[in-house]
Ligand binder design. Structure first.
Ligand SMILES: [Zn+2]
Length: 238
């Protein structure tokens, strides 16, 4: 109980600090931002970047291994409970700090273009958000991230192809099979004609169990895509 209260106070402070001190780093909530940046110099250098762009078998590919076939998968950052990546994603998803996704998408886009494991996609598809959630947040965070990647790679990020038509119930406490079942009937392809033979890049915020990505891959594969790659902001250890 005490820990929960402490966590709540910490999270509340994290939200308030940017209102009171608009020049504070969006990742650590402590140091001033570097000139012209959204993060402080420490965070820019200490960000837990992965080597996924250059390693065929990594946390993202392992999360999906034996479940769906993908060309390549990568996350830009390593996700740790209570770490700076979690803090950043909280600001990005719930506090309208969309610049975080734009900056991370630009970095991820450059790494993807440099990587020989990724093949240039024809279209970028963000993991969709149920419309009520999108209205509440003001944007789909995956679309913001995907748009920034698309700008670097010269590829369109299209959020009108794959839609989420109902809200997923909480995944907590569910087995892997239950998680897949829970998400698999939430997605619809709105433009089936746009997928046949296309090379698709799915973009997501955090890959944890891989259940959401798996459901997206399955529905896109059923519509005849040529191959799928996956790029996320962060991933937990596999
Ligand atoms: Zn910082």
């Amino acid at each position: 109980m005490k820990t929960m209260k402490l966590k709540w106070i910490k999270s509340l402070w994290g939200d308030l600090v940017h209102v009171i001190f608009p020049n504070i780093c969006l990742a650590c909530n402590k140091l001033p931002k570097a000139k012209g940046a959204h993060f402080c110099v420490d965070c820019i250098h200490l960000m837990p970047y992965t080597d996924h762009f250059f390693i065929p078998q990594n946390d993202v590919t392992q999360h999906l291994k034996g479940r769906v076939t993908i060309k390549h998968g990568a996350a830009l950052l390593r996700f740790r409970e209570g770490g700076i990546v979690q803090q950043m994603l909280h600001q990005f998803k719930y506090k309208k700090q969309r610049a975080i996704g734009e900056v991370l998408g630009e970095i991820a886009g450059h790494k993807m273009v440099e990587s020989t494991l990724f093949e240039a996609p024809d279209v970028i598809i963000p993991v969709p958000l149920y419309y009520k959630k999108k209205l509440l947040r003001g944007y789909n965070q995956c679309k913001v991230f995907g748009d920034a990647i698309g700008q670097v790679a010269g590829v369109r990020c299209d959020d009108s192809i794959l839609l989420k038509h109902k809200e997923t119930t909480s995944q907590t406490g569910k087995s892997r099979t239950e998680r897949i079942k829970n998400v698999s009937d939430c997605f619809t392809v709105a433009k089936p004609g746009d997928l046949a033979g296309r090379k698709v890049l799915i973009v997501d915020d955090v890959v944890t169990t891989g259940a959401t990505i798996e459901a997206c891959c399955l529905i896109l594969q059923n519509h005849g895509v040529s191959h799928i790659s996956v790029l996320a902001i962060a991933a937990t250890d596999s």
